[in-house]
Design a protein around this ligand. Structure first.
Ligand code: UN1
Length: 516
């Protein structure tokens, strides 16, 4: 750990969260084991080795599945509000560990400390949400067409829920899935990103405390720190009823077809290519803040990051000039230092993607009004720090159609709102979208059937920072899945329709006669 980062108390944080110098990456609850290869987690903040993790091998995999299957038999019989109590206790622990976990997220993943803490807050919020929900897993009742019959529907747990997550939200996405999966009576197996294994071990350690304090069976919460081959096994495994996958469209396409082939269920949260339309009637002060935070927050590595600004021609130059000015004031550096706005990218591969995308954009004719650069010097020794940049482009450029996970913001000019909406929709992805306007007609058109085709459409806020209470996810190549709030819990259960005859006759439906 570099001397400068040491001052931020990371060593104590690791100790508090139970991270050792060498960790085993498979856990079925209290016990950790592993017999796979060793991986190392380096911090993009200072390039230092944080700790090592022995990954799960194939032989570990079956043990995890079997333990989970056994745990499910017991767990499904615990009443839902009691399972909610378990999630309530997890929420309490997360409050207790918020500072440490937020700091670890920041140090291992590279997002700002504020955003790391915000991510843990999302975990707390989804726990609270799930606790209430544990008493509201309602089905409908309906009137039977036959006399003396009662019809209703109920929801049952699925079994094992497999959760495969990305590096960019290394803790929150686990909690969105687990909090709902658990109140619904499922057990979970988590395969986190290999880029952020320590965040996963920290979460599991917190959950282990809850399981132990409640004397609950191992296998309710399992973790597999493993490579993509184990991920592939999960996807192909009939014993896993639901796969919740967050990641690239390329991998998501494969997950989707493989899970469908075995008639499993999947929730896919894949790439985004999110735009803000800045109208002639926009409040420009708000628009600039929303656009800059959306584009450079988490160094442009959120699925919901703002990648495109579609700006009305009458305010285009003003918006452009103000953005250039705002970008000039951005402080880039150690994300644990709250004076900085932008931290590093996750690793050097991401830096290469950033550089390549800039080159490609230039080749296609992009005009950079804020140039990009890979930063050098002592503070940037990890090699992962880049300068957020802005280019004027056409929406049709190949690079603009593609999601680069980096702070590159594209500017596009429009003259009519219909044209702006068409441009906003004219990308393969459909996660988040926004319009900045004070004009009711424009706002409503944007939200209408003729408006945004995304899973999330906002008015006068940016594209990122969705609250957990809504359903989160998107359309088209974003995969169509929904996570976290609203009635998303239904994805984690199987629906059953029940008809009960309380008469001494057996009338058949549809008026059919069958007398013997
Ligand atoms: C993601 O990037 O995968 O809306 C999730 C947001 C966050 C979640 C992003 N609440 O930006």
């Amino acid at each position: 750990m570099s001397k400068k980062v040491k001052d931020f108390g990371i060593e104590k944080t690791l100790r508090n969260l139970g991270i050792k110098d060498e960790n085993k990456g498979t856990s079925v609850g209290g016990e950790y084991f592993a017999s796979g290869k060793m991986i190392e987690s380096f911090s993009p903040v200072d390039g230092e080795l944080i700790s090592k993790v022995e990954t799960s091998a194939e032989s570990d995999y079956d043990r995890v599945i079997e333990t989970a299957q056994n745990a499910f038999k017991e767990f499904r019989l615990i009443p839902a509000p009691k399972r909610g109590e378990l999630v309530r206790q997890l929420g309490q622990k997360l409050r207790q560990y918020k500072d440490d976990l937020g700091k670890l997220v920041s140090y291992e993943m590279g997002k700002s400390l504020q955003e790391g803490l915000g991510e843990v807050q999302e975990m707390i919020d989804i726990c609270d949400f799930a606790v209430g929900l544990s008493r509201q897993l309602h089905g409908f009742t309906m009137h039977s067409e036959r006399p003396g019959h009662r019809m209703y529907e109920q929801y049952h747990p699925l079994g094992i829920v497999g959760i495969i997550t990305a590096f960019n939200f290394p803790v929150a996405v686990w909690s969105w899935n687990t909090a709902l999966a658990w109140i619904c009576g499922n057990v979970t197996i988590w395969k986190p990103s290999e880029k952020t294994p320590l965040c996963a071990i920290a979460c599991q350690n917190i959950m282990i405390e809850v399981l132990k304090e409640n004397n609950l069976p191992e296998g309710i919460s399992s973790v597999l720190v493993a490579d993509h081959e184990i991920g592939q096994k999960m996807v192909d495994d009939k014993r896993i009823s639901l796969i919740s996958f967050t990641g690239s469209t390329r991998v998501g396409r494969m997950v989707s077809s493989k899970v469908a082939e075995r008639f499993g269920k999947s929730i896919l949260e894949l790439g985004g290519n999110n735009a803000i339309i800045i109208s002639k009637d926009a409040d420009l002060d708000m628009s600039i803040i929303g656009a800059v935070f959306g584009a450079v927050g988490t160094a442009g590595q959120r699925c919901t990051s703002t990648r495109r600004l579609i700006i009305h021609e009458s305010v285009y130059d003003e918006v452009k000039n103000r953005l250039v000015k705002a970008y000039g004031q951005l402080k880039i550096g150690n994300p644990l230092d709250e004076n900085n706005h932008v931290g590093p990218l996750i690793d050097r591969d991401a830096v290469e993607q950033y550089t390549k995308s800039i080159e490609k954009c230039k080749q296609e004719g992009g005009n950079f009004v804020v140039e990009g650069a890979v930063l050098e010097g002592e503070e940037y020794a990890s090699g992962c720090y880049v300068k957020p940049c802005i280019a004027e482009v056409e929406n049709s450029y190949e690079i603009v159609q593609y999601e680069t996970f980096a702070p590159i913001l594209y500017l596009i000019k429009y003259s009519t709102l219909e044209e702006a909406i068409a441009t906003q929709n004219d990308v393969p992805q459909g996660l988040s979208s926004a319009i900045m306007t004070q004009n009711l007609r424009e706002a409503e058109l944007f939200l209408s059937h003729a408006g945004s085709d995304c899973g999330i459409a906002n008015v006068n806020i940016g594209t990122s920072g969705a609250e957990i209470g809504g359903a989160f996810g998107g359309e088209k190549e974003t995969g169509g899945g929904r996570e976290s709030g609203s009635d998303v819990w239904k994805y984690y259960m199987r629906r059953q329709t029940n008809t009960i005859n309380y008469t001494a006759q057996l009338p058949l439906a549809q008026g059919i006669k069958f007398d013997l």
